[in-house]
Design a protein around this ligand. Structure first.
Ligand code: F6P
Length: 318
């Protein structure tokens, strides 16, 4: 094998650069040339790619974001765009492709595999919404960022005896809300996986207040509800609640040691898999062990809701 390519796609996630460094250094150690595709599948459609050198991956390990840049490409989803992407891989004599991204990116990779391209996927998303792996690249850092921000909010919330409603990302997976919620001592966590009513939330906050806790922390997943809308509804119950939408601040920042290490292992595994002609697979982690799963199977695996964590949050809150 002489030449492979790598791209990052979808929402960026902390640890992508650590993974790119590992992909490059593994390929380099194995005598394989690495082509970096800019802007995810959009770059593949446009033929926007370059041969990577040592200099591209030096001193990037500690940085969030992705040096290759990323996008969600509508053109790649069209027949003409997809054909261009496949043609560009062939034209550039690329024998295998490492895709670092979330479920949408992995579905794109599966389509490429169907067209005869050898692909290996690294699950890179802050959402932790993929059933085949216990962790996705960037999730740990995003949770850490949320926890630190909630610490700050808690200070002012306490000083003013106010409720804080904090909206976090995660798309249809409640994991960021759950894990950062438990770690930051949230009183209520609203996730898409569990139905709730505003009445229930209000009564819980009123009861907390009666028990001496007027500065409750409510963490809501972005698809479960909107923080400003919930804070507004709570006002009609006489609850002084301030909303905060954390937004993209959760997606940036220096990756945690866990995400750096996941990036290092998975980048290394991805190149070795392609080199050994084991393609159309995804790498992941299950019960602390790194795993390799056929791509189609990986995408079919349903994400399990972590009821235990959800229940523990409720049990530990006042
Ligand atoms: O998938 C990652 C993610 O950050 C989601 O949590 C969020 O819903 C979405 O991307 C936001 O997308 P964009 O960056 O396009 O606004």
């Amino acid at each position: 094998m002489k030449r492979i390519a790598v791209l990052t796609s979808g929402g960026d996630s902390p640890g992508m650069n650590a993974c790119l460094r590992s992909v490059f250094r593994t390929a380099n150690n194995m005598g394989i040339e690495l082509v970096g595709v800019r802007r995810g599948y959009a770059g593949l459609v446009d033929g926007d790619m370059f041969v990577m050198t040592k200099a591209h991956v030096g001193n990037i390990l500690q940085n969030g974001g992705t040096i290759l840049k990323t996008s969600r490409s509508a053109e790649f989803m069209t027949e003409a765009g997809f054909k261009k992407a496949v043609m560009n891989l062939k034209k550039n004599k690329i024998e295998g492709l490492v895709v670092i991204g979330g479920d949408g990116s992995m579905n794109g990779a599966l389509k490429l595999a169907g067209a005869g391209v050898d692909v290996v996927c690294v699950p890179g998303t802050i959402d932790n919404d993929l059933g085949f792996t216990d962790m996705t690249l960037g999730f740990d850092t995003a949770c850490g960022t949320v926890v630190n921000l909630v610490n700050n909010i808690r200070d002012t919330s306490l000083s003013h005896d106010r409720v804080s409603v904090i909206e976090v990302m995660g798309a249809f997976s409640g994991d960021i809300a759950l894990y950062s919620g438990l770690a930051s001592g949230a009183d209520i966590v609203l996730v898409p996986e569990v139905p709730y009513t505003v009445e229930q939330v209000a009564q819980r906050l009123i009861s907390n207040d009666k028990n001496g806790k007027s500065a409750s922390i409510v963490i809501v997943n972005e698809k479960a509800c909107s923080a400003p809308a919930l804070a507004n509804s709570l006002a009609s119950y006489g609850i002084d609640a301030r909303p905060l939408v954390l937004g993209h601040i959760q997606r940036g920042g220096s990756p945690s040691y866990k995400d750096r290490n996941l990036g290092a292992f998975w980048g290394n595994m991805a190149v070795k898999l392609i080199a050994s002609r084991t393609s159309n697979v995804a790498v992941g982690i299950r019960n602390g062990k790194h795993i390799v799963v056929p791509l189609e199977k990986a995408l079919k695996e349903k994400k399990k809701f972590d009821k235990e964590t959800y229940e523990l949050i409720n049990y530990l809150s006042l």
